[in-house]
Design a protein around this ligand. Structure first.
Ligand code: NI
Length: 150
């Protein structure tokens, strides 16, 4: 087994507001109410989601950084905020056939940041309320460090 090179985990927090309604078309109205409770309210409700991303990578010997946070922020603005901030999650293409729970939102945000070119995504944490947080670990891809060393 190859020795892992020195690397750093970095985390960055973002916040956006969005609304959703938890509802599954395949379930009856009673089953939906029994499953989702007040989250099945037909008018929906909103959350201030806190997204905490953890990424890893080697420290660039010149910049002293894993990735420039300005690059990460620009990527988040373009790929995440533009889609989710002040959106009705139920109206988005990615939730057309998928209930927009925070678990599923975390998976979608994983798919977005897995494409970030300058560091390896390790974890997506979403705080939905002060009581609930969700840690999502997507399918691991070959680390970008390993790829560049091949
Ligand atoms: Ni909710």
């Amino acid at each position: 087994m190859r020795k892992r090179e020195p690397h750093v985990f970095l985390s960055r927090r973002y916040q956006f507001s969005a609304s959703h309604r938890l509802h599954v078309d395949a379930l009856s109205p009673d089953e939906n109410r029994a499953t989702f409770g007040k989250c099945n309210n037909p008018y929906g409700h909103g959350h201030d989601y806190t997204i905490q991303l953890t990424l890893s990578g080697p420290v660039d010997p010149v910049t002293g950084m894993v990735t420039n946070l300005a690059d990460l922020d620009a990527f988040a603005a373009r790929e995440m905020f533009a889609r989710f901030d002040h959106a009705n999650l139920n109206m988005l293409e990615c939730f057309r056939d998928l209930v927009p729970t925070t678990e599923n939102l975390a998976a979608e945000i994983w798919r977005i940041f897995a494409e970030y070119p300058h560091a390896t995504l390790e974890r997506v944490r979403i705080e939905e309320t002060s009581k609930n947080s969700f840690d999502y670990f997507g399918a691991s891809s070959l680390s970008k460090t390993a790829v560049s060393n091949l």
